[in-house]
Design a protein around this ligand. Structure first.
Ligand code: ACM
Ligand code: ZN
Length: 530
């Protein structure tokens, strides 16, 4: 039997005769030592097969700690006459062995042929990002994504909690962030209000749920750009104390946090103080992507900051800001991640980790940072952004992207912590669309995250897709068919045109008009907007 496992284990051999059938009588030996892993199996059996284990029969599932396993996340799995044996070094290993077993049981309708599997992950960081700023996803929807992550053996949930169009993190110190900033009156050209935020209790529940699945949660408070919702709540955060409303159109906004005023730093640090109380994994993402300098060019506070700090160009305020907030968080003992927009050789503190989304960046700057020892995560938009239409990022492109970028050598390979799939939500208003965008591309990315490069093959992956779809259907998620996921001809063109719709609701024109007004008021011409 060929087991259609995704991600594919590093080594697998299988026989052709059924040797094990799981019934309600199956007994689990070692259940008390590995409650989370067994809980995951029991939930699956109950939901997919309406089966509750009684545990008195001759079929046994052995869960064992073993010195033979070297990797914390690794496991071996053997299927023999009436027994399945999973051996591990840690409980997390059992958890991944169980995820594999779930896929095997789904494929064989609870009957298994003999098999020998040896497995461990290629990367220690296997991430998934959900944008809850553009559209609010309920706590229950987040739980569903966490379950999906576990099935794909992903272990870092990057939770994008704030955007121009919606602030979702409740703060006691700054309650208007959600009272005002979580609400927008409409979206692009419709007239439907949209709102939602997470209470502290909600977020604690998400963290707890994630931990039960061996997933760490990385909250992102995206600053200094993508902050119109925060400015709508607290105008003092902007240059010129602008009165704004939560953004209603997609696109990069000129109004960002004022980096000249100390009050901005007090605000951001206080928010992160609250964030780090809830999110206990010791990792935060401070955003830092897409920051136009238009307001900073005109703002007396920002201009004074440049002078005081000896910064040469306005864009250096971006670097200054990230370095300062990054240091604040490092001093609190946090691991810090930021988007790669502002790669400069004088970026302080090489312990700040970068997430590469825009790989068109200057290679020299990047190589310099690798030499300095800065670690990074790869999530290139043209391969790992799940919201992009299949006409732009088809399944094969997604699968075949090689994260081992130029400039990496044997010595510095460890700096590449891993990869991440990102689900941005401008065009993902609900779970139906989310499923369509995510599957089967998440299967492809999870295989690049887990399966070592030498064991990957697109042809082999495509042969396992039928089995994969069976599992996706069983968890009631929508998906794209292979035809939809690899469009050709007119379908490909249509898919690209659909994406061009994005330009129609881009905030560019709106930005330009207000910029002209401000230029008039403050008598300066904006020189450059990145
Ligand atoms: C990004 O896509 N702006 C990180
Ligand atoms: Zn300013």
């Amino acid at each position: 039997m060929i087991y259609p496992l995704i991600p594919k284990p590093q080594k697998i051999t299988t026989g052709d005769t059924v040797v094990f059938t799981l019934t309600k009588y199956c007994e689990i030996i070692g259940e008390d030592k590995f409650p989370k892993a067994v809980g995951s199996l029991k939930k699956f059996l109950s939901e997919s097969f309406s089966l509750e284990l009684l545990g008195t029969g001759k079929e046994k599932l052995y869960l064992e700690l073993s010195d033979e396993i070297n990797s914390d996340e690794g496991y071996t799995l053997s299927v023999k006459e009436n027994e399945v044996i999973i051996k591990v070094k840690t409980e997390q290993g059992v958890f991944y062995g169980i995820q594999t077993l779930k896929q095997m049981l789904m494929h064989g309708d609870l009957s298994l042929c003999s098999a020998e599997i040896e497995d461990e992950p290629a990367f220690s960081y296997r991430g998934f990002m959900l944008d809850c700023g553009r559209y609010f996803f309920t706590k229950e929807a987040v739980f569903t994504f966490l379950e999906i992550m576990a099935l794909h053996k992903l272990n870092y949930f990057h939770w994008h909690l704030t955007e121009d169009q919606g602030w979702r993190f409740y703060s006691e110190k700054y309650p208007l962030l959600t009272e005002i900033g979580s609400y927008r009156s409409h979206t692009n050209f419709n007239s439907v209000p949209h709102s939602g935020y997470y209470t502290k209790e909600d977020m604690k529940e998400v963290v707890e749920y994630a931990h039960s699945l061996y997933i760490k949660v990385i909250p992102e408070i995206d600053t200094p750009g993508h902050t119109v919702s925060a400015i709508a709540a607290y105008p003092f955060l902007s240059c010129f104390d602008r009165n704004m409303v939560t953004a209603t159109k997609w696109g990069v906004k000129y109004d960002v946090l004022c980096v000249g005023k100390e009050s901005t730093f007090d605000f951001v640090q206080s928010v992160f103080d609250e964030v780090t109380e809830i999110f206990t994994d010791g990792i935060v993402h401070l955003g830092g992507d897409e920051v136009p300098t238009a307001r900073w060019e005109l703002c007396p506070h920002c201009q004074k900051r440049m002078k005081d700090e000896g910064l040469k160009e306005t864009g250096d305020l971006h670097t200054y800001y990230l370095g300062r907030i990054g240091k604040y968080l490092r001093d609190k003992g946090m691991e810090v991640i930021m988007w790669n927009d502002r790669v400069k050789e004088y970026m302080p503190d090489s312990s700040l980790c970068w997430q590469f989304w825009n790989t068109d960046m200057d290679k020299k700057d990047m190589e310099g940072e690798i030499k300095k020892g800065r670690s990074f995560i790869i999530s290139p938009e043209k391969s790992y952004y799940l919201d992009l239409p299949y006409g732009l990022v088809d399944l094969k492109t997604c699968y075949e992207y090689d994260p081992y970028i130029e400039g990496l050598t044997e010595e510095n390979r460890h700096l590449l912590k891993g990869i991440e799939a990102c689900l941005w939500a401008e065009f993902v208003p609900d779970m139906k669309k989310a499923g369509y965008c995510t599957f089967p591309r998440l299967g492809a990315i999870s295989e690049s995250a887990w399966t070592k490069k030498e064991n990957k093959s697109y042809e082999d992956f495509s042969e396992r897709l039928d089995g994969y779809y069976k599992h996706i259907k069983a968890i009631n998620m929508n998906y794209a068919t292979v035809k939809q996921a690899i469009p050709t001809g007119i379908r490909k063109t249509a898919s690209k045109l659909y994406w061009e719709r994005r330009r129609l609701c881009w905030g560019g024109l709106e930005n330009l008009i207000t910029n002209k007004k401000l230029e008039k008021m403050y008598g300066k011409k904006d020189k450059k907007n990145d």
